[in-house]
Unconditional design. Structure first.
Length: 104
């Protein structure tokens, strides 16, 4: 039986929406400043089901390092968390990480 994980916006006061030009969904919004100096708004938390991996945005990887360490098999990028197979991670810990990221 496949395990299921709640979408990142579960329990958040904001409704889910599309984020950016890519095929990603998310919730909430936060201001950001790009390296180019341009400023804009991005989703506070989000995800994109890409071919190579499920990509999660806004997880506060450094701030939530203790939770990330308990997650299971994953990789990280510049502010992104990559999960190749949901079966490789503990979905309870993933829910905890999403809640901690939303709380900021």
């Amino acid at each position: 039986m496949p395990r299921r994980c709640a979408p990142p916006w579960r329990g958040s006061p904001a409704s889910p929406r599309r984020c950016g030009a890519r095929r990603s969904s998310g919730s909430g919004s936060t201001a950001t400043k790009y390296e180019s100096g341009r400023e804009g708004e991005i989703c506070k938390i989000g995800f994109s089901p890409r071919k190579a991996a499920l990509t999660l945005y806004g997880m506060g990887i450094e701030r939530n390092a203790a939770i990330v360490a308990r997650l299971g098999k994953h990789s990280t990028g510049k502010g992104c968390l990559y999960i190749k197979k949901l079966a490789d991670v503990d979905v309870g810990v993933l829910d905890e990480l999403i809640a901690a990221a939303w709380a900021g």
